[in-house]
Ligand binder design. Structure first.
Ligand SMILES: [Zn+2]
Length: 287
C-alpha cells in the first residue's frame, strides 16, 4: 500500500461519499463508512479494485431510487432510504478487509475474495430491489409458501433473474479489474502457486468463479433470511416486520429467528461466503 494511493483514494472517496450523502443515498454515518471503504479500496488495489467497488455502488444507488413510490409503501421492511454505516459495512466490510489483505500479501486469492464479496452484495441488492417491485407475491426460498413482499427469505422470478444478472455483472467487472491491475503492474500472478495462474487463465477463471460466488452468497442470504434472521411483529399495527422499533414507533417482539441476527448480520455472512467461494475456486485449481 503506497501513501500516494491512500491520499488519492481518500480524496476520491471523500468526494463520492459527499455526493452520496447530499443525494440522501447515505446517512452521515454511512458517508463516513463509505469514505473509509473507498479510500482503503483505492489504496489497496487502485483503479482495478475501485472499478469493482463502483460497479457495486453506482447501480445499487440507482436501483434503490427505481420504483421509489411503491417501495415506500413497504413500511414494514425498514430497508429503504439512505444507507447507514452498518449497512455500508455489512455490504462492503468483508471486501475491504480482503482488499487490504491483498495489498499486504499480493496473494491472488484475496483479489478473488474481494470480487466474490461484492458479487454476493450486488446479487442480493439487485434481487431485493427488483424483487420488491414484482407484481406477484414472493414465496419463501425454503417452504415456497407466500411471504409478505420485501421480507427477507422471499424470492420472486424477476428478483432471481436480477440476482444472476448482478452476479454476472460483477464477474465481468471483476475480470476487467484484474486485467487492469495486471496492466498497471500491481497484480502478481506468481505468488507461491504450484501452477501459477497467468494473465489469461486468471481472468477467464474470474469470469466463472466470481458469478458463482455471488449466486452462492445471495442464496445463503435468502436461506438465512428465511431461517436464522430475526422476524418481528408489531402488536400495535398487527404487522410482521424486521425492525425494532417498528416504523410506527412501537416496540416489536421477535417471532422467529435468533436474537441479534439482523439483516445487516445476514448480509455480512453472505458477503463472507461469496469471498470464501471465489477464493476457494481459485485455490482448488491453482493452490
Ligand atoms: Zn407498528
Amino acid at each position: 500500500m503506497h501513501p500516494r494511493d491512500l491520499a488519492i483514494g481518500a480524496a476520491f472517496a471523500g468526494a463520492i461519499a459527499l455526493i452520496a450523502w447530499r443525494a440522501r443515498a447515505l446517512t452521515p454515518s454511512g458517508a463516513v463508512a463509505a469514505f473509509a471503504v473507498g479510500a482503503l479500496t483505492y489504496a489497496s488495489g487502485t483503479l482495478g479494485f475501485t472499478l469493482v467497488l463502483l460497479a457495486f455502488f453506482v447501480p445499487s444507488v440507482g436501483l434503490s431510487r427505481f420504483g421509489r413510490a411503491r417501495k415506500r409503501e413497504l413500511v414494514d421492511i425498514g430497508k429503504h432510504g439512505a444507507r447507514d454505516a452498518l449497512q455500508v459495512l455489512a455490504n462492503g466490510g468483508v471486501a475491504t478487509v480482503c482488499a487490504v489483505a491483498w495489498a499486504f500479501t499480493h496473494d491472488p486469492r484475496w483479489a478473488f475474495a474481494f470480487a466474490g464479496a461484492y458479487a454476493a452484495a450486488t446479487a442480493d441488492t439487485w434481487a431485493t430491489e427488483i424483487g420488491t417491485l414484482a407484481k406477484r407475491q414472493p414465496r419463501s426460498i425454503l417452504t415456497l409458501r407466500p411471504v409478505a413482499t420485501g421480507l427477507s427469505g422471499g424470492i420472486t422470478l424477476p428478483g432471481t433473474l436480477a440476482e444472476f444478472a448482478g452476479a454476472f455483472w460483477i464477474g465481468v467487472m471483476g475480470t476487467v479489474g484484474i486485467v487492469l491491475a495486471y496492466v498497471l503492474g500491481s497484480f502478481d500472478f506468481g505468488w507461491s502457486f504450484s501452477q501459477a495462474p497467468t494473465v489469461v487463465t486468471a481472468p477467464v477463471l474470474a469470469l466463472f468463479a466470481v458469478p458463482v460466488a455471488g449466486i452462492a452468497g445471495a442464496t445463503l442470504d435468502s436461506v438465512l433470511g428465511a431461517t436464522a434472521q430475526e422476524l418481528r411483529h408489531c402488536d400495535a399495527c398487527d404487522r410482521t416486520c424486521e425492525t425494532d422499533p417498528h416504523v410506527c414507533g412501537n416496540r416489536t417482539r421477535r417471532v422467529r429467528g435468533l436474537p441479534g441476527i439482523s439483516n445487516d448480520v445476514v448480509n455480512l455472512l453472505a458477503t463472507a461466503a461469496g469471498a470464501a467461494v471465489a477464493a476457494g475456486i481459485l485455490n482448488a485449481l491453482f493452490g
